[in-house]
Design a protein around this ligand. Structure first.
Ligand code: FEO
Length: 170
């Protein structure tokens, strides 16, 4: 069993990850409207990965002997004026999620809960990768996205993203 505070934080993180999936699907909706199907595809896969994160944490709680309870998932409420806006919002969101994961890690560290720390190691690494991916996308958009041919090529590149289930979620 985990201590109650850590279990509650992890339970809440399931909700946060499901919200992340919802948020990125909303980004995909925006890009579908804009006719950028490659960007939409990229965010659909991002949403699938967030769903995986939620499943992984739910499974960890259950395997640790905890009951998982669900709250309502918040409605994504962002509006975008430019194609860059969702990309910027995505990076900000990932930084926020990193802060949440680190806060749980800090609790686990304080409680000498080495099992949870080991479980969260994957998420700490994943957050580093997700922040880098979001930042790389912003850089590419700034470099190439302001003219039609560049935007077309970038859309093609993002359309090639392949979904891979995370090792822990398999
Ligand atoms: Fe599950 Fe993008 O953090």
């Amino acid at each position: 069993m985990l201590n109650e505070k850590i279990a509650a934080l992890l339970n809440d993180q399931v909700n946060k990850e499901l919200y992340s999936a919802y948020l990125y699907l909303d980004f995909a909706n925006y890009f579908e409207d804009e006719g950028l199907d490659g960007f939409a595809h990229w965010y659909e896969i991002q949403a699938q990965e967030e769903r995986d994160h939620a499943f992984m944490i739910r499974r960890y709680l259950i395997d640790s002997g905890h009951r998982v309870t669900f709250e309502a998932v918040a409605k994504p409420d962002k509006t975008f004026k430019t194609h860059l806006d969702p990309l910027t919002a995505g990076l900000e969101h990932e930084k926020y999620v990193t802060s949440l994961i680190c806060a749980i890690y800090a609790e686990a560290f304080a409680a000498k809960d080495f099992k949870t720390m080991q479980f969260l190691d994957w998420f700490v690494k994943e957050q580093g990768e997700e922040e880098k991916n979001a930042d790389d996308l912003i850089k590419k958009m700034k470099l190439f996205g302001s003219e039609p041919k560049g935007l077309y090529m970038l859309n093609q590149e993002l359309a090639a993203r392949v979904y891979n289930a995370p090792a822990q979620a398999e």
